[in-house]
Design a protein around this ligand. Structure first.
Ligand code: PMP
Length: 410
């Protein structure tokens, strides 16, 4: 019966990791997978996380019991606050439903499941390009996807005109998946003025928005700055359509493998005859069913750690400093790489490397150049030319710049 099962190609990014592990060259550089590394190229456990783990394990009530189906409220409540902000009207007015998810991917999957049972006919618009998993997640739940223009390859900047045109021509009430900050793979975010234009155009067409928030605080080191688009979107859509926000703690708390995240749904103001509490209870029951049938209960350990970090003021303070440590190291690497390319007189303009934000840079290198980088110089990155800047450090950035210079000149 399974003899004809199709063999799928390996996941492109995890495949890079595997090729690299088989490479015996001494100087090899991993710019593939998006995970933070310190300046010696090692994974970094945040000091706030180390402290939180200690507190959890010293707790006399420490155990490995199941969580509730909808997760730890000591995680989901402060997580909503981190995202929406202390002054959030949606929180004050009780318009939010928050449940724990299996990191950001699980939150997206939950969104896809929820849309597929509540509004299956809506088109889901993804940026072109976007994180590869988006398409599989939404289509995997039977939803139809379309794309909106995003990256102008010639100018290495935002194709705002194409973006707005897609918003205008999409069927009224479609779903737009927006990267809250640190767009993956391009590293290019709209500026504040562009965000306002985009979100107002979305309001005009009464589209529904899903914010994918995988890098809040990781991009700029400032949680509020990185939540600009989410908060403006909630303000502008407050009387229009529901907003879903998929929140990952993989990057900003360094919880990659622990799968800590939340799904938030923010309802618009309701007509007088609709009881907000009833709608919220119904939505929560649907979300609980999704978790119950797929995970039974969400994972506890990472959630407990993040809950400590968000609830203990001294740990929260340390976490804020940890995000600055990560984001400023990445920003420094962007500058070192750009400056090295400029001083090597590498043909082209490399300012986009410093203008982009977050984990990634869409370098503009072609697939052939990327192939040569790997073959000749043991520098590994995605064939799209996306480089994870977190893989750069003071010991390898010069090597990478020389390698890029060589393949561009070749
Ligand atoms: N969305 C985007 C845009 C991402 O880049 C990522 C991580 N690569 C995620 C969601 C989800 O990550 P995780 O499931 O590890 O939280």
């Amino acid at each position: 019966i399974f003899n004809n099962v199709a063999l799928l190609p390996p996941d492109a990014l995890f495949n890079i990791k595997q090729r690299m592990s088989q490479d015996s060259r001494k100087m090899k550089v991993d710019l593939g997978i998006g995970a933070y590394r310190d300046d010696s190229g090692k994974p970094w456990v945040l000091p706030s996380v180390r402290e939180a783990e200690k507190l959890i394990q010293e707790d006399p009530d420490y155990n490995h019991e199941y969580l509730n189906i909808t997760g730890l409220t000591s995680l989901t409540d402060p997580a909503a606050m981190v995202l929406l902000g202390q002054d959030s009207l949606a929180l004050k007015e009780g318009r939010t439903v928050s449940v724990q998810s299996l990191s950001g991917t699980g939150a997206l999957h939950m969104a896809a499941s929820f849309y597929s049972t509540t509004c299956k006919d809506k088109l889901v618009y993804l940026s072109d390009p976007t994180w590869a998993n988006h398409k599989s997640i939404f289509e995997g739940k039977g939803l139809k996807t379309a794309t909106y223009p995003y990256w102008n390859a010639a100018s290495k900047s935002l194709d705002l005109e194409g973006y707005l045109n897609a918003i205008k021509t999409a069927p009224q009430g479609s779903i737009f998946v927006l990267h809250a900050c640190a767009h993956n793979p391009t590293g290019l975010d709209p500026n504040e003025e562009q965000w306002a234009t985009i979100l107002k155009a979305i309001v005009e067409k009464e589209h529904m928005v899903l914010f994918d928030s995988a890098y809040q605080g990781f991009a700029s080191g400032n949680l509020n700055k990185d939540a600009f688009a989410v908060r403006l979107g909630l303000e502008l859509l407050a009387d229009v359509t529901p907003v879903i926000i998929c929140q990952s703690f993989a990057k900003n708390v360094g919880m990659y493998g622990e799968r800590a995240g939340c799904f938030h749904l923010v309802l618009p103001h309701q007509d007088e005859f609709v009881k907000m509490a009833d709608v919220k209870a119904a939505i929560q029951s649907q979300l609980a069913l999704i978790t119950r049938s797929e995970l039974s209960t969400p994972p506890a350990y990472g959630a407990k750690i993040v809950a400590q970090v968000l609830n203990k003021p001294e740990l929260t303070k340390q976490w804020h400093a940890d995000m600055v440590t990560m984001s400023s190291r990445i920003i420094k690497m962007r500058h070192l790489l750009r400056d090295a390319l400029v001083s090597l007189k590498t043909p082209g303009n490399w300012d986009h490397i410093v203008d982009q934000t977050g984990m990634f840079s869409y370098t503009g290198l072609s697939a052939e150049m990327v192939q040569r980088l790997e073959k000749e110089h043991a520098v590994y990155m995605a064939s799209s030319g996306r480089a994870s800047i977190a893989g750069l450090n003071s010991g390898n950035v010069e090597h990478v710049a020389k390698a890029i210079n060589e393949v561009v000149n070749y």
